[in-house]
Unconditional design. Structure first.
Length: 296
């Protein structure tokens, strides 16, 4: 996949080298508290919420626990740049798709790069969970070590596979913007978290995200000719390798809590391909919503 000259997204928060959200919050220090107090007196609002917001704003990237700058390997820096370029590309492509397909206005999600664990509006994010999307703060959370372990443990090398993983998370954001995610989440809440029905609904969300990643690939390829020989197979191979049944077989030593709720490798491959072939968002949403339980 050729990304030469592509812009990097500016909607990226780099929290790498910071351990967890609590510590990050303390990074605000005395200046942060003064700023918070000033903000409180000027803008009203209670101290708790101002400090809470401050925790988000004052996180200082690229320092370790002693305030020393963190050294990133060339590979990590390359992956960070690549991720920012891919996200930037999804912003352009999805803005175009939303306009052309009458889906309203596309609002960019945020991407948070972190290492180990970090606080999110959806609770504490852990690298072991793999990349995920949190609708509470409309952010993608990405620990780049996931890509490294993808390489080592899944043997799924290649940049298009990484792009596909990011596009899948952006797919969840599109589900949020179109209201599909909220609809299914409230269904899941009614069924009860972890129940068989809720897990089936989760498969619906995941297959649709794969389909939407395919839509992205469809338009990205149209605009940039970005999909090279072997790329599609590579991404599909990756989808296959991170499918539930496959992961289940290889479960020893590889933790992915959501692994039972993503659909089988074959399903994921089929949905990604369908999105890539049609680029038709509404059609994908309708199909996903209409799948009956025996198909999930
Ligand atoms: Zn997902």
């Amino acid at each position: 996949m050729d990304l030469d000259g592509r812009r990097e997204s500016t909607n990226v928060e780099d929290r790498r080298g910071m351990s967890g959200g609590a510590k990050a919050g303390l990074g605000g220090g005395i200046m942060g508290i003064i700023i918070a107090l000033v903000a409180m007196f000027m803008g009203g609002g209670d101290l708790g919420s101002v400090l809470g917001q401050m925790g988000q704003i004052t996180m200082q990237p690229s320092t370790d626990n002693n305030g020393e700058p963190v050294e990133f390997t060339a590979e990590e820096q390359e992956l960070a740049k690549f991720s920012k370029q891919i996200l930037g590309g999804t912003e352009d492509i999805w803005a175009q798709i939303f306009e052309q397909q009458g889906l309203g206005e596309y609002k960019d999600p945020k991407m948070v790069l972190y290492s180990g664990s970090t606080s999110t509006a959806c609770g504490q994010g852990q690298a072991a969970m793999g990349p995920f999307y949190c609708s509470g703060d409309q952010s993608l959370y990405l620990d780049l070590s996931f890509f490294m372990s993808m390489k080592q443990q899944l043997g799924a090398d290649g940049d298009f596979s990484y792009a596909y993983v990011i596009a899948h998370e952006v797919g969840h954001h599109v589900e949020y913007l179109t209201g599909v995610l909220q609809q299914i989440h409230s269904k899941m809440a009614r069924y009860g978290q972890g129940s068989a029905q809720a897990n089936k609904e989760s498969v619906r969300i995941e297959l649709l995200a794969d389909y939407l990643a395919g839509c992205w690939a469809h338009y990205d390829n149209k605009r940039f000719g970005s999909v090279q020989d072997g790329d599609l197979e590579e991404a599909i191979d990756c989808a296959q390798k991170i499918g539930d049944d496959y992961l289940q077989k290889r479960a020893q030593g590889y933790a992915m809590p959501e692994s039972f709720t993503h659909g089988t490798s074959q399903q994921r491959m089929r949905w990604f391909k369908a999105g890539y072939q049609t680029g038709d968002v509404k059609r994908g949403i309708n199909s996903a919503m209409q799948l009956d339980y025996s198909q999930l």
